[in-house]
Every structure is written in C-alpha cells, then in structure tokens.
Design a protein around this ligand. Structure first.
Ligand code: SF4
Length: 231
C-alpha cells in the first residue's frame, strides 16, 4: 500500500502542506494504490464537490479507473440531471439505487435506517459486483463530521481497503482545484448549498460548519460511523 501519515500526523498535514503539495500527495496515493489494485481500485463518486475532485484526480492517474454512484429516490432534480451528464461523459461510472419499498417519511422517523436501506445497501452491492479491493472516497477530515479519526488508508471491512486521498484538504482547496482545473460541479452549489445529499435531508444554512445543512432536526447529524456508509 502507499506510504501514508501516521494517525497524529494527519492534522499537522492539513495546515502544513500547500495546495500544490496536497494535489501531488493525493495523486501519489491514488497512483500507488492503483499500481497495487489495478482494476479493483474503484472510486465512490457521490457527485459532491469533494467527489468531483477525487474523481478528476483518479482520471489523471488512469482514464481507465472505474467508479460507482449511489443515488436514491430522494435526490434533487438538479443532482439527477448532473448525474446523467457525468455518466454520459464517463460511462465507466456505474449507478446503483435501491428501489425497495420503505415506510413513508422514514427519513424523518428513522434516518439511520433510511440511509442504511437506500445508501449503504447499494454501496455493498456495488463493492461486491464490481469486485472492489480498494475504494476511493472524497472524504475530508475538515468538513465537520462527528468522526475525527479518519486515516488516508483504512481497513474497516476485512479485505477491503478504503483510500481517502483528499483527507487533508480544506474546503477552499477543493474550490481552488475545481476552478483551476475547470471541473464542473452540481448547480445546487450556486444556490448556496455547501454540502449536498437527498432533498429532505439537505438545507441551505449560513452556519460555519460545512455539513450543518444535513439532517437538520433529526436524530442523525452530519457525521457517520458505518464503514461502508456513503455521504
Ligand atoms: S439522506 Fe435522508 S432521504 Fe437520503 S437515504 Fe439518508 S435519511 Fe434517507
């Protein structure tokens, strides 16, 4: 596996590396993992701004790298339209969705269960069907999740490596990358959203926490502990 920072070094790197150094580090992490896992390295693309960066970096490493998108019946129309554009450009992105019947407004009564059914289950299906050995995420340690112990490389499920190549990036560096490399993003960002998810669980807020607009008024907050849980 690629050489990564020890647990205590991650937070030093967040402010210790500049933008260009972070881009190089992320490319190296993906390149080294790709050398090891080849076609079994797959990007989990949530279509959010961070995933757009992780996906673009992966395509710079190898245009052949595959990915998957998890969508749900509750995604905003703008996100669905953006997803269709991205998939048309990158047909190696496979879309997974669980159409199972769920109780009405489960996202209000039990959002954890709703996410488990509509997001975690299809993630597991994608990982199995695509024979994933290493999945690449757009997770960042500065985005206000409840967990703070993320590592660039994790093995929370036996035999399945999770690579978080942009873990140490700031939000402003994400926007810097998207602007410099002219990577298209979901038009909902122009309306004021900072973190995107399903429509019933996502609000525009002016709170300082980047994920403050997610799951407002429910038992669930912006972080997530399940190892195969998405965004
Ligand atoms: S984000 Fe909300 S609507 Fe989407 S799966 Fe989770 S609880 Fe359900």
């Amino acid at each position: 596996m690629p050489q990564t920072a020890a647990a205590g070094e991650i937070h030093a790197l967040v402010n210790g590396l500049n933008f260009a150094e972070k881009v190089e580090r992320s490319l190296r992490l993906i390149r080294e993992a790709h050398e090891q896992y080849g076609d079994r390295l797959v990007v989990a693309n949530s279509l959010g701004k961070d995933s757009c960066v992780a996906w673009d970096l992966a395509k710079r490493v190898s245009p052949a790298i595959r990915g998957f998108i998890i969508t749900t019946r509750y995604k905003p129309a703008e996100t669905v339209a953006f997803m269709n554009e991205v998939v048309e450009r990158y047909p190696e992105l496979k879309v997974y969705r669980n159409d199972a019947t769920v109780p009405d407004k489960l996202y209000q009564t039990d959002p954890d269960r709703c996410c488990d059914i509509l997001k975690v289950k299809p993630i597991r299906q994608a990982i199995e069907e695509m024979n994933v050995g290493c999945w690449v995420t757009g997770l960042r340690c500065t985005e206000g999740r409840t967990r703070t112990d993320f590592q660039e490389i994790e093995e929370r499920d036996a035999g399945l490596i999770k690579l978080n190549p942009i873990l140490i990036w700031h939000e402003r560096e994400i926007w810097e990358y998207l602007a410099v490399y002219q990577v298209p993003v979901n038009p909902l960002y122009a309306k004021g959203y900072r973190s995107l998810g399903c429509a019933p669980c996502t609000r525009i807020t002016s709170a300082p926490d980047e994920r403050a607009g997610r799951w407002i008024g429910t038992s669930k907050c912006g972080g997530s502990a399940a190892s195969t849980r998405g965004r």
